[in-house]
Design a binder for this molecule. Sequence first.
Ligand code: NAI
Length: 507
Amino acid sequence: MTQALSTQAVVAVIGAGAMGAGIAQVAATAGHTVKLLDNRPGAAVQAIDGICAQFEKLAAKGKLTLEAAQAAGARLQAAEQVADLADAALVVEAIVENLQVKQTLFKELEAVVSEACILASNTSSISITAIGAALKHPQRLAGLHFFNPAPLMALVEVVSGLATERDVANTLFATAAAWGKTPVHAKSTPGFIVNRVARPYYAEALRVLTEGGADCATLDACCREAGGFRMGPFELMDMIGHDVNFAVTNSVWRAFFNDPRFLPSLVQQEMVDAGFLGKKSGRGFYNYQDGASKPLPDSVPAQDLPHDIVVYGPSAAARALATRLQTHNVSFTQAQAMGDALATAGGATLRVTDGRSATRCAFDTHTPNTVLIDLALDYAKATRLAVSVAAQCDSAAAHSAMGLLQAAGFAVSQLQDIPGLIVMRTVAMLANEAADAVNQGVCDAAAVDTAMRLGVNYPCGPLAWANAMGLPQVSTVLAHLAQTYGEDRYRTSPLIQQQLYAAKVFS
Ligand code: NAI
């Protein structure tokens, strides 16, 4: 197994901004002498002062001993120029996100450092292959992509360009692990793993918003309270900043030669054009001005408990619904599976969405009183569920369906009749993108799930989630979305199809 760099090895970090300072802190904590260089006068010294203040805070909280904090601080040195970095065994670049500027810097470095020195870029969107093309020895260059804030976020993507030597990537992988991080290997492709696979989290929500499915607060609440995501897509976009998020969306879309899978949304363009950049500008999807309150999600008012409740079959959703009804002392009967119905109550039939609209589902199944429920990460624990009601459904039956869910302890948000509701279509598309990344050799299945859990705090890796739902369900949802929209964006990844036909799960 390839060894990590020894702690005796000098690490240079270039760029003393948000990321460079964080990376320098991580390397110094791990025991390396760290030389920090920035072309803005005074920036490196200022960053070192900031890092030392962090060390003091950690010591005050008991997370580092005072001696360890002082020793780590003493290992940080401000460098004046590239020539000062001659003894570095590893240089991590975290400067401005510009290909030419990065290439110029790496060329300058190559003339100074030893042949054994590993060169790494923290770029989040520039091709490692393209940066390497300017180098004499591109085999020693790799991506070492930390997440913000670097001292706190566990994930590091170790990115190999076309010329990167396997040993170089393996040394960086082992070194990141020795620094207490969780590294994953990735091939240099647009967005690497996280910034690519996360696109549908925003894109599907923006689609549903554009089609009038519900307002942002309601969709966010469904993603949090049913999907188990830490932040809903709109609040997350507001936090990232629409300028930044739109730029990443555009860059991934363009880099994939305008593949409709990654198509940006006009809503993003509008937000950027209006200067509604999110939290930092005081206004995004939400208002952040002093005194502004956050809108509440729409919840269906309390409905009467319906009569004749029957829960069907052994699915996870049915088991959870039955347990919840028992917990709330609601009387019901259980019956063997009846098609894909989850429950009936007061004349309504409830099903978990399979990517069709409720109206189409009612038509296809000859069941006018159809109400669809959204996916939940765990139906036993979810506090809210999105539902949609078929156009053919009478209002008494719709109320019965909602009353049933409320009796089981769910807050209910009724969306317009959007195919795949919000959580289901989002998770299906996240899994689809994750599968494509694996299918195209960007990374393996374990890496994509680790990356999404640790890089963007997803409650479950998309492929593990697809396994848990069952690939037939994921594939059906995608097929129905593709049929509805007639867009290539919803094409099913060949790997999902392959695993489905082979009756295998992702592992
Ligand atoms: P930043 O703007 O906070 O810091 C960049 C620093 O680099 C500045 O202090 C600037 O003076 C310095 N600099 C610019 N050109 C230089 C040069 N030629 N030589 C030496 N110093 C130079 O930027 P940030 O956010 O730290 O990003 C740095 C890199 O990390 C970019 O490539 C970015 O894409 C990437 N990245 C950023 C993340 C983020 O959330 N901010 C996350 C992961 C990667």
